[in-house]
Design a protein around this ligand. Sequence first.
Ligand code: UDP
Length: 399
Amino acid sequence: MVLKMAFLSVHSSPLGLMGGKDTGGMSGYLLGLSDALGNAGHRVDLYTRAQDRGGGSVQSLSSNVRQVTVDDGLGLLGKNKIYPHCETIAEALLQQMRGEAISYDLIFSHYWLSGCVGRRISSALNLPHHIMFHTLGRAKNESCPAEKEPLERLAEEEKLANEADLVVAAARLEKERLLDYYGLCPGKIALVPCGVDRSLFSPGDSKQAREKLGFGVEKIILSVGRIEPVKGFDLLIDAAALMPPEDNTRVVIVGGDSSSMAGLAALKERAAKAGLAGRIAFTGIIEHHHLPVYYRASDVTVIASTYESFGMVATESLSCGTPVVGGATGVLPELAGSEAAFSPVIVAENRDPAAWATAIRRACLLKKPLSADRINKLLAPYNWPDAANKYIRSLQTAE
Ligand code: UDP
């Protein structure tokens, strides 16, 4: 059966630059999953809003996949300004759908704001509504005191999870969290992991990569992500500060655009106070297709987030042959597996900087790049064609 699906990504364009304030792993997920569904013969339209009046467009992205950018007349709206306008945005999307006379089989909303728009569309068109939260406000707030997601988000997420026909999670821990928070029936949650583009993220000559980036013989500790408190870069800085000078380490933090200046300034100040000033670099956003050279040049990638719903950076790093140190969040415990002691994914059980320093030092001792066999085995479950199959199969069981 060939399906026609409308995916909603209201607050951020799937084609936006990843690593900025509001654009990250969710865009990778939307592009990867829709591309694989399109290749399998299904049709996917990715709906997003135009950030300028008159900026509506329809663009073909890949086989059977289009991005439909809808001008809802509201112009530039930051993520935090969208919620009161969900009704207007839903109306504009409905008008676009009706104008093209496309009849979809389902609406799949990404992030809670899209969910608030998607529930209106699905009820107007009498279609099933699927939701993937990507992050949960409650999990952010509970894991990271500096994050203050509004009560309306928490309430809407609970309502959306209960009302939706299907809730999609990318990692087992996220599925467990959904069960725990909302008491959903397990059959209502589909586990559809993120894939990783193995042809882009591939092992390569580490020496050449280092030369290209101007690194010397020091140990490179890489961290990649949006500059947000939940990403835990403060813990990485505190841990790096505890590593002895003879370790000769350099921390490289990738991510952050012009809207991340305050966060970046705070991290720089923390690093300077910790005596790391000469041993840390902040690169700002690096375009996604330029990231493999960073992973190849690094001895370890650290994911210090207090919470990840998946953590795509982990699979990207491993795919380039670089070990990972992170907390027990997202896909990391799954990747570490039961033989954790021998895994190139080291999971720290608490947020004690000294324990993280030890884990990072341990990871730096691993032979790099990791063996191809090892990587292939670890990453086998994380590919987009399998993810697309899992999603389609879950529709059959959700019916
Ligand atoms: N990313 C990027 N350039 C940057 C920073 C991040 O391309 O400067 C990408 C990164 O490669 C990954 C995504 O943004 O694919 C972040 O996804 P992740 O699941 O780690 O975190 P999220 O953004 O979903 O919280």
